[in-house]
Write a protein that binds this ligand. Structure first.
Ligand code: AMP
Length: 210
């Protein structure tokens, strides 16, 4: 299964991707997580990406295309993968198509901007493995500590309200047109955000079976 998860920042792509990759036994590839690790480690890619990320802007397409082509060549991607947060622009989607990267389905998680603004203030992510939590909706077993790896949970710098607003604007302008792009190719499946993580997972699995 080769899957793209589309949706606004905070729609729950990361959380759903983690659950689906366990269920479907395929890796999740999150360009956001790869970039945050690069920033933390001070790599050349990280140095290029940091200012864009802190401002809630998109990192240039060529950086993303380089990251994704390299990652998809790794052995664990042979049986499929879930892309979380990529493609984010038509140019990225076209570059992937040109490189012969194919997909079985593109799932768009639909959620209002108002719900996202409310939700983002409670989001926490693991500094070490990138797993995401929410102080109310998906709390860790122990406050501030990642269930998966024991890493420290922190608030993302780009989850500040002004930056979330900027990221939503970028989503509507640059990423949302991907829905029409994949609809034309017969791949788009839309899922309404449900009340609760499990209900949203169930809705995604249902459209994938259909
Ligand atoms: P995310 O964790 O997916 O919300 O990504 C966090 C930030 O990383 C975004 O706001 C962008 O600055 C950058 N980023 C992640 N994925 C991409 C992508 N596919 N294209 C451009 N920038 C990206």
């Amino acid at each position: 299964m080769k899957l793209i998860l589309l949706g606004a920042p905070g729609a729950g792509k990361g959380t759903q991707a983690e659950i689906l990759c366990d269920r479907l036994n395929i890796p999740t590839i999150s360009t956001g997580n790869i970039l945050r690790a690069a920033v933390k480690n001070g790599t050349p890619t990280g140095l290029k990406a940091k200012a864009f990320m802190d401002a809630g802007k998109l990192v240039p397409d060529e950086v993303i295309i380089g990251i994704i082509s390299e990652r998809l060549q790794e052995d664990d991607c042979k049986n499929g993968y879930i892309l979380d947060g990529v493609p984010r622009t038509i140019a990225q989607a076209e570059a992937m198509e040109k490189a012969g990267i194919t997909f079985d389905a593109v799932v768009s998680i639909e959620i209002s901007d108002e719900t996202i603004m409310q939700r983002m203030s409670g989001r926490r992510v693991c500094e070490s493995c990138g797993a995401s939590y929410h102080v109310v909706a998906v709390p860790p077993k122990q406050e501030g500590v990642c269930d998966r790896c024991g890493g420290k949970l922190v608030q993302r710098k780009d989850d500040a309200p002004e930056t979330v607003k900027a990221r939503l604007d970028v989503y509507h302008e640059e990423t949302e047109p991907l829905k029409a792009f994949y609809e034309k190719r017969g791949l788009l499946k839309t899922v309404e955000n449900q009340n609760g993580v499990e209900a949203t997972t169930a809705a995604i699995l249902k459209v994938l079976e259909a």
